[in-house]
Design a protein around this ligand. Structure first.
Ligand code: ATP
Ligand code: MG
Length: 572
């Protein structure tokens, strides 16, 4: 491709609305443009990246027995009403009416459509297992679209769905996808960590996420990882052993309301009462599907909202507003406590349940209660783990200590069980003619998110450094001065030879200064740069430089194809 004939609108200046380096680079490199919040247009270079990554995904999915199909984005609400997700997915689901007043949705995922497709058509165990996948646009009205392609409202996903007759066979299907995922990400130049995850709105029990660990601020997810036994889980799900257990009193003491002027936060209360945060209990008020919930965790820990949401079976969970806190506790924020609390669901963490003589808010301004005891002074609707695991917590599996890492979720796999097949009547007959619901799995990969995620790892001060597998072009040729006949002729020959050899080549044929071309080449990040200049050419040489290294190698003009072929083997 010739630069003069394509569209690569690079930008000099940093873009103020891009917080992440990857987002910044895609905008500045002329890869994407924003249309509206969470909605992006993919320009020619991005289109090539998407195609490269999709090709890898297709090849590996096909090799794993997947069959590619395309399902519609628009779907009648009815199918989603049957599984209940029309109401349970929440505001992320885009709902609308067509001209006939039929309720429709824009799919953010396709379990309903695909199950509906096979229900009644796949009848016998002989037709199973089956794996159907697609690479297609998804819509989700994300609460916080941000970070460019990382969290869009419209984005591209590879979604696969497996159908099996037995649990054993479903496990095999699941493992095939896991293996394919590792190959896919490796070919894209990415080392990923498979972690246990919360299955959330998907239903089912076993779920994993594939995380790209990053050192930048681009990681939206926190992962707890035990280096000893390799347990790894998303913070949303991670369980832990508490290594910071405070001493527990042997006797319960009389409780007592005490004045705590100007002390509302945990720090202020520990300071004022001269007690450790591990002797305090935090009471946080949430709204779970519009019903108030009080969540109690030890003073030194935080509430895990995913665990809490699961504990109370809520679809939407939000912190109560200060006004709601006042309404339910009769006190300003900072003084909530479980004693005497009415009309709220009370969820107590096991770390709180084992404490004695602790401090809680008194549901009155500037007052706390000391020597409070669970069961004696208040009861819980549920005692369940709602604490967030943190760096340094003990591993629940072994004696190791867990480390917290930051990562980007690039893909995930879910064992769905029979939630969708039962709701949509997708059944098969076994060899005795007995009917069973089909056992399902679903498997997603972010086709637009993953390449941007890669850029949180592959960049330097000058721009992008694409891994070979998903680079829009492998080689960029920079002729330094196209007015010189010999440079123009040599560039043309090299460009054609590399193209004929099957490499993807971009030639910067613009009448720009060398500096501009070099800056743009660094910014857009093709793995191999070939510079054709007067001086070297007089010796019948051209200069080859990898984007990932500063070293410049001089190569004979007629050896360039061979050289590129060799170099590619050494690149990620
Ligand atoms: P997240 O927790 O990041 O919201 P998710 O659990 O909703 O992701 P899935 O519904 O399983 O993700 O989607 C499969 C894959 O699609 C994800 O692993 C991710 O790579 C990608 N993806 C999900 N939501 C978005 C989005 N809003 N923008 C871009 N890619 C997304
Ligand atoms: Mg999501």
């Amino acid at each position: 491709m010739r630069w003069s004939q394509t569209y690569i609108p690079t930008l000099r200046e940093n873009q103020s609305d891009a917080e992440l380096v990857s987002h910044q680079l895609l905008l500045r490199g002329g890869y994407i443009r924003k249309l509206a919040s969470g909605i992006y247009l993919y320009l020619p270079l991005m289109q090539r990246v998407i195609e490269k990554f999709s090709k890898i995904v297709r090849e590996e999915m096909n090799a794993a027995g997947g069959l590619e199909i395309t399902m519609s984005v628009l779907c009648p609400a009815e199918v989603w009403q049957k599984t209940g997700r029309y109401n349970t997915v929440g505001k992320e689901l885009m709902k609308m009416k067509d001209r006939h007043d039929h309720e429709m949705i824009l799919c953010g995922t396709h379990e309903e459509t695909v199950t509906n497709l096979i229900a009644g058509e796949v009848k016998s165990y002989r037709q199973l297992p089956l794996n159907l996948y697609q690479i297609q646009v998804k819509f989700r009205d994300e609460i916080r679209p941000r970070f460019g392609l990382m969290r869009g409202r419209e984005f591209i996903m590879k979604d696969a769905y497996s159908f099996d007759a037995t649990v054993e066979s479903q496990k095999e299907s699941y493992q095939k996808m896991v293996d394919a995922y590792f190959r896919i990400f490796e070919r894209a130049g990415l080392e990923v960590l498979k972690v246990e995850s919360d299955s959330g709105a998907m239903g089912g029990s076993t779920a994993h996420e594939f995380m790209l660990l990053v050192d930048t601020n681009g990681g939206e997810e926190t992962i707890l990882h035990c280096p000893s036994c390799r347990y790894a889980a998303n913070e949303e799900k991670a369980v832990f052993k508490d290594l910071n257990k405070p001493e527990i009193d042997s006797e319960m003491k009389e409780n007592e309301v005490v004045e705590t002027p100007n002390a509302a936060s945990i720090e202020e209360v520990t300071e004022f009462l001269k007690v450790d945060a591990t002797r305090l209990v935090k009471t946080l008020i949430y709204m779970a599907d519009d019903k108030p919930v009080a969540a109690l965790v030890r003073g030194d820990r935080s509430v895990n909202e995913t665990k809490l949401k699961n504990a109370v079976n809520a679809i939407e969970l939000e912190s109560a507003t200060p006004a709601q806190v006042e309404q339910f506790t009769k006190a300003p924020v900072g003084f909530a406590g479980p004693v005497g609390l009415k009309d709220l669901t009370i969820v107590v963490d096991p770390l709180v349940a084992e404490m004695k003589n602790f401090v809680v808010g008194a549901n009155a301004d500037e007052k706390h209660i000391i020597n409070v005891n669970f069961e004696r002074d208040f009861k819980a609707d549920k005692v369940v783990d709602i604490t967030t695991a943190i760096n340094g917590d003990g591993c629940h599996n072994c004696d190791g200590t867990m480390e917290a890492k930051s990562g980007i979720e690039v893909g995930n796999t879910f064992m769905l069980g029979t939630k969708y097949s039962e709701a949509l009547n997708a059944k098969y007959l076994d060899d005795n003619g007995k009917e069973h619901p089909i056992i399902m799995g679903s498997y997603g990969i972010g086709i637009t998110r993953t390449p941007q995620a890669a850029l949180e790892k592959y960049f330097d001060d000058h721009g992008i450094i694409w891994p070979v597998g998903i680079a829009p072009y492998l080689v960029e040729i920079i002729p330094l001065n196209l007015d010189k006949e010999n440079i123009a002729a040599a560039s043309e020959i090299i460009y054609n030879d590399l193209n004929e050899a099957g490499f993807d080549v971009l030639i910067d044929d613009r009448p720009e200064r060398a500096g501009v071309k070099f800056n743009d080449a660094d910014l857009i990040g093709m793995p191999i740069r070939i510079t054709i200049g007067e001086k070297s050419l007089n010796d019948n040489k051209i200069e080859v430089k990898l984007r990932s290294s500063d070293e410049v190698i001089k190569v004979d003009v007629d050896k360039i194809v061979e050289h590129v072929r060799e170099v590619v083997q050494t690149l990620k």
